[in-house]
Design a protein around this ligand. Structure first.
Ligand code: SF4
Length: 232
């Protein structure tokens, strides 16, 4: 099957998913109560599928939608500060057509890049439970199967790193013993023809404390750009 119908089916499945009762309740409650600054906004309040270029060579894996970001706007990394960092870096390195991501229909197009996450529903305190990550793992595995041109994978934060490796292990039997979580490192995934890039998550907690600076962040994207330009 071509990637387009396959991804459309997957998107519908994700949007209608109710596998995690705690998250089903939380995402709807956030959408109902809202926050004052977005009180006039119609929240999405459902799971979020990935988005981007189906022929992408770069796959970016985040953690989960933000309660008042993606859970509000209906698109990952859209309408929150993590999205501001991600899309600006993608734009500066030629993976996006514009530097901002504010609304679902704001004209943003990802170029050679697809963005997804290890959990598709906003979790309380940005912390999905292990059981919820297990439930959601099936969707990342399907994306790996559908997106056949992936050459570079960027994980954002420890949870994304762990659960992306788990998906690659399930799919391809990846041996992860030589792979360690540290910002800015990259690994050639033996036998898979893909390189894994590791970064801290651009959450406020990291960017406002200086744990992740703009220089550290943009360097990761420049390395990915050089790598992909080299592999052709
Ligand atoms: S987190 Fe994933 S598995 Fe759980 S309800 Fe949301 S979409 Fe479904």
């Amino acid at each position: 099957m071509e990637p387009e119908p396959e991804i459309s089916m997957l998107v519908q499945e994700i949007i209608n998913c109710k596998l995690c009762p705690r998250l089903v309740e939380y995402r709807a409650e956030v959408a109902r109560k809202k926050v004052r600054r977005f009180r006039d906004f119609e929240y999405w309040g459902r799971p979020l599928p990935g988005f981007g270029d189906l022929n992408a060579r770069l796959l970016i894996v985040g953690l989960a939608p933000a309660a008042h970001g993606g859970n509000r706007t209906g698109r990952m990394f859209t309408g929150d500060s993590s999205g501001d960092w991600l899309i600006k870096a993608l734009y500066e390195t030629g993976f996006a057509n514009q530097p901002v991501s504010r609304y679902k229909d704001d004209g943003l197009k990802l170029i050679d890049c697809y963005v997804t996450a290890v959990a598709r529903c906003a979790p309380p305190k940005n912390k999905p439970l292990r059981s919820e990550l297990i439930n959601c793992q099936r969707y990342l595995i399907r994306e790996f199967e559908i997106l056949r041109n992936i050459k570079a994978i960027l994980t954002l934060g420890r949870i994304s790193f762990d659960w992306t490796l788990r998906a690659l292990n399930i799919l391809y039997g990846l041996d992860r013993r030589y792979i360690h979580f540290r910002h800015g490192v990259a690994y050639d995934l033996r036998g898979l023809g893909k390189r894994l890039f590791v970064s801290y998550h651009p959450s406020r907690q990291n960017t406002q404390t200086g744990r992740l600076t703009w220089d550290m962040w943009i360097k990761v994207f420049r390395s990915i750009r050089s790598y992909l330009d080299g592999v052709g």
